[in-house]
Design a protein around this ligand. Structure first.
Ligand code: ARG
Length: 470
């Protein structure tokens, strides 16, 4: 269509078409074309509903549905000619269909692009959440597998990035499993929220025509656990609000933050200074200058991409805040953040799963690190507590012991019995038994703690969870 020619879909009242630069500025088809499969399903359900209530004939609905199937095939084959002058996926498909199927001129009856795009996006989000839940479960499975493989390995746990107390490497990995599991719940909630059909809301105020919203909802799978159709309750809300998308990008950003923290831990563990793990070659890269380098690029990219995921949350919130009801064209800007949040977090989940599957622990380095007796200074406090000393005083006594060891330039457990007994006579000849890491770990055997029994239980529990639901 040359400049000046009317826009085919809404051009009735216009004397000329949009300027070239307006076409470029206004089009969304370059990114919303990925909604095509949902748009086609939505239109087919809508056509069937129109026939069901007698607004179009059955043969017209059939021709429309068959025509949409054909358009869908052309799109899937990559042969569709997307035209930015037709603005978006909806008008591109409708125009292509109408060129083949005259009855398609009736398809937009009782519908607006406002409820159409809201429907497409809800269908997209339901699929996106299901996909991410699958990807997240694969990552959890990989983490459980790894946790089981390393469950006999102890490492220092850190606070303030200072050695704090011993934990098992499995416990550290299982901490991330808990986080991802909550991420999956957030996506489940988004999918649940998405599961209400907005079609029939029209532009903002529904329609005067006798449509059957429940029919369309059922056709599109917007149904509850009992198969009962679910529709949005307010036509203005349905076309105006975007909290569902905000929840989605937020859920993706929280998951991204979790993955970023995991990435950071493993970047540290992989560094020579820690040396707790070796990362798989398949997820690391070399240096163009320094031949010895093996860089944790996959993990660094995961860490970096979490920033962009958080940016999408802000973009969505700023876009919606202050918009008058109902639809405003600003809302077209909702799609790039939603799509990119999905693509980015999915890639991160897939790549991280590969890293987890391929990473190898270095038990010797872990054993050397966890052998630091200072890690059990707190256990020594507990030793005094069991002998009746108030915790605050016991803490002070062991603090004095640590200072003494520093002064003598020796390890905490290398102080002599005489020296420690002088600091506190409750420190009897068995005081050094506290420094046996295996015993120390086995004592941490209550729910949520890193003792071996708890770890075994948690691994088994997760295996059951994964087994039951896959
Ligand atoms: N491409 C548009 C969007 O994503 C579809 C809705 C257009 N509605 C309108 N009234 N111009 O927002």
């Amino acid at each position: 269509m040359a400049e000046g020619k009317k826009q085919a879909t809404w051009g009735g009242r216009f004397s000329e078409g949009p300027a070239e630069r307006m076409v470029r500025f206004s089009e969304s088809v370059s990114f919303d074309c990925r909604l095509a499969p949902y748009d086609i399903r939505g239109s087919q359900a809508h056509a069937r509903m129109l026939a069901h209530v007698g607004l179009i004939r059955k043969d017209e609905a059939e021709a429309i549905c068959a025509g949409l199937d054909a358009v869908g095939k052309t799109i899937a084959a990559g042969d569709f000619n997307w035209d930015p002058r037709l603005e978006d996926v909806h008008m591109n498909i409708e125009q292509a269909l109408t060129a083949q199927v005259p009855a398609a001129a009736r398809l937009h009856t009782a519908r607006s692009r406002n409820d159409q795009v809201a429907t497409d996006m809800r269908l997209f989000l339901k699929d996106a959440c299901a996909a991410l839940i699958g990807n997240g479960r694969a990552l959890i499975a990989a983490l459980i597998d790894r946790a089981e493989a390393v469950k006999g390995i102890w490492i220092p746990g850190y606070t303030h990035l200072q050695r704090a107390q011993p934990v098992s490497m499995a416990h550290h990995l299982l901490a991330y499993v808990e986080m991802i599991a909550r991420d999956l719940k957030r996506w489940e909630q988004v999918a649940e929220q998405a599961n209400h059909c907005p079609l029939g809301s029209g532009a903002l105020a529904g329609t005067t025509l006798p449509i059957d919203r429940l029919f369309t909802a059922r056709e599109l799978g917007f149904v509850d656990a009992e198969g009962k159709p679910q529709v949005t309750r307010n036509s203005m809300d349905a076309v105006a609000d975007r909290d569902l998308y905000m929840d989605f990008v937020h859920a993706c950003s929280v998951a991204g933050i979790h993955l970023s923290r995991m990435a950071e831990d493993w970047i540290l563990w992989n560094a020579a200074e820690f040396g707790f793990i070796d990362l798989p070659d398949a997820y690391t890269t070399g240096s163009s200058l320094m031949p010895q380098k093996k860089n944790p690029d996959a993990l660094e990219l995961i860490r970096g991409k979490s920033g962009r995921l958080c940016g999408h949350v802000t973009a969505m919130q700023m876009m919606v805040k202050g918009l008058p009801l109902t639809y405003n064209r600003d809302l077209q800007e909702d799609k790039p953040p939603v799509f990119d949040a999905f693509d980015t977090i999915q890639d991160c989940l897939l790549v991280l799963t590969g890293v987890v599957e391929g990473m190898r622990p270095r038990p010797d380095r872990c054993a050397a690190a966890v052998a630091d007796p200072a890690l059990l200074a707190t256990d020594l406090v507990d030793y005094l507590v069991t002998k009746g000393k108030p915790f605050r005083e016991a803490h002070h006594v062991i603090g004095a012991l640590v200072a003494k060891a520093e002064e003598e330039g020796c390890a905490l457990n290398a102080l002599s019995d005489a020296v420690v007994a002088e600091i506190d006579p409750l420190l009897e000849s068995d005081w050094k038994e506290v420094f046996d890491v295996a015993t120390a770990m086995s004592r941490r055997n209550r729910p949520g703690m890193p003792g071996p029994e708890q770890i075994d239980g948690e691994i088994q529990r997760w295996k059951d969870v994964l087994g039951n639901r896959s």
